[in-house]
Design a protein around this ligand. Structure first.
Ligand code: PLP
Length: 301
């Protein structure tokens, strides 16, 4: 199934004569939503072909990737193991909606310190994990590897050739790399970084050979998973006006940034923009528990 492009009507788009469509990848699957579906597709096939019965991966406490992998494993009768950042969660993860759901879907957790987590790609750490859990098919953090990029190349389809600009959110860089690979040379791909800093330029440069892309680094709202009142209000208003829900970590920041760029005349009149909705909506419930503690308004569900 290929999700539809939903054209959005907003006064600012009419004023600037810009067409904006959102590719509703969030509707691809109820639990393996958006880019997770694309990134896992070929990895799950490879795990099956190589006769693995266990999938192991890494993620933070509210990770969309952890949620998706747990469900994918359950669906295929495979064991799943999540190496979760933050040992303080060890006796304290009940009440976290992402981890509770992953647990219900059969995922086994190992909580590790932030320092140990940083080693997640080291051969020594992987060997220790194999000793503890037996053999497994390893899916890296955020699900990004060559097979994930291949899956993300399938997001764009023939009809999308009509767009001048393709936008997506960036965490590990796999999704934007797939889009760059399958974009046409005349299209510009804009990646909106969910992380502070510009180091992702180097990461993306290593996984794609084309040059028709740019990383936007001004819309992280203070860093990964940081939110502000302005962002929450924007997401809630966007949903009321367009009917499209956005998540606060990735897609909300991308749309906020994109509309800000449109307001500031960063695009020529008449241009057609396609923004990819990469999913992540499962994270809203978890974010609302954080917002409640901070006495901030909640995100509409
Ligand atoms: C909803 C959502 N959108 C975008 C991204 C960023 O994708 P990538 O890590 O491939 O850059 C992620 C994280 O993987 C995500 O969960």
């Amino acid at each position: 199934m290929q999700p539809k492009n939903q054209f959005v009507q907003l006064p600012i788009l009419a004023e600037k004569n810009i067409t904006l469509a959102i590719k509703r990848e969030d509707l691809l699957h109820p639990f393996i939503s958006g880019n997770k579906y694309r990134k896992l597709k070929y990895n799950l096939l490879a795990a099956k072909e190589q006769n693995y019965y266990t999938l192991l991966t890494f993620g933070g406490a509210y990770s969309n990737h952890i949620a998706a992998l747990a469900f994918a494993g359950k669906e295929r009768g495979m064991k799943t193991i999540g190496i979760i950042r933050g040992e303080e969660l060890q006796d304290n993860w009940q009440g976290n909606p992402t981890l509770e759901q992953a647990h219900k879907n059969g995922m086994l957790f190992k909580f590790v310190s932030r320092q140990a987590y940083r080693e997640n790609e080291s051969a020594k750490f992987i060997a220790q994990l194999k000793q503890q859990f037996g053999d497994f098919y390893l899916v890296p953090e955020g699900g990004t590897n060559a097979l994930a990029v291949k899956g993300c190349e399938e997001i764009l389809v023939e009809q999308d050739a009509e767009f001048d600009v393709i936008c997506t959110c960036v965490g590990t860089g796999g999704t934007v790399a797939g889009l760059i690979n399958s974009s046409h040379g005349y299209q510009q791909v804009l990646g909106f970084s969910a992380l502070k800093g510009d180091f992702l330029n180097e990461t993306i440069g290593k996984i794609t050979t084309k040059e028709n892309w740019r990383l936007m680094t001004d819309y992280h709202f203070g860093g990964y998973a940081k939110v502000s009142l302005e962002l929450i209000q924007f997401i809630n208003q966007f949903k009321t006006v367009t009917g499209i829900p956005l998540d606060p970590i990735y897609t909300g920041k991308m749309l906020f940034g994109l509309l800000d760029m449109i307001k500031n005349d960063n695009f020529a009149k008449g241009i057609k923009i396609l923004a990819i909705h990469t999913g992540g909506l499962q994270g809203i419930t978890g974010m609302n528990t954080v917002l409640k503690k901070k006495n901030l308004p909640l995100l509409a569900i």
